[in-house]
Design a protein around this ligand. Structure first.
Ligand code: UDP
Ligand code: MG
Length: 136
């Protein structure tokens, strides 16, 4: 049975800055994802705070929001069968040092904070995150 899902992906400032957006998009396409929507933007810190609200009690919250708003990002809606889990697999572990060979974070991530990509962690959060960036 097919289970087509959509998920939100963000290419974070460290990767956009190193001109890796096209290579990362190729990795998505080569792994069967369709990029349904895409935009390159820079967000305000207050928007990053809203986006990462689930992490507001974490010690890294302030730095994380400052970082996500520090430069251009590429925000995309990805679609494929089981897209949410498939994207988490392709991204690899949050800390690039722990990420499996062949994952985006292993290949391009610099550190736990500059880990090149964001991906929704559930179908429910994917819907909220897609709405957050593409509600118009
Ligand atoms: N993060 C961080 N320090 C930590 C944990 C997370 O800077 O100790 C950052 C990292 O950029 C991560 C983001 O916060 O991607 C969100 O954390 P989460 O646990 O949701 O990881 P993800 O879902 O991105 O793998
Ligand atoms: Mg997360």
């Amino acid at each position: 049975m097919s289970n087509i899902e959509q998920t939100l992906s963000i290419i974070k400032p460290d990767a956009v800055e190193r001109n890796l957006a096209n290579e990362i998009k190729e990795m998505f396409k080569n792994n069967g994802f369709s990029i349904l929507k895409e935009k390159k933007i820079q967000i305000e810190k207050s928007e990053a705070e809203n986006f990462y609200k689930v992490h507001e009690t974490k010690p890294f919250y302030n730095d994380l929001c400052a970082y996500l708003s520090s430069g251009p990002i590429v925000v995309m809606v990805l679609e494929k069968d089981n897209a949410v889990f498939g994207n988490r697999e392709l991204m690899g572990a949050t800390n690039p040092n722990d990420a499996e060979e062949g994952t985006i974070r292993k290949k391009y991530g610099i550190s736990i904070d500059k880990n090149s990509v964001h991906g929704s962690d559930s179908v429910e959060n994917a819907k909220k995150e897609i709405d957050f960036f593409f509600k118009d």
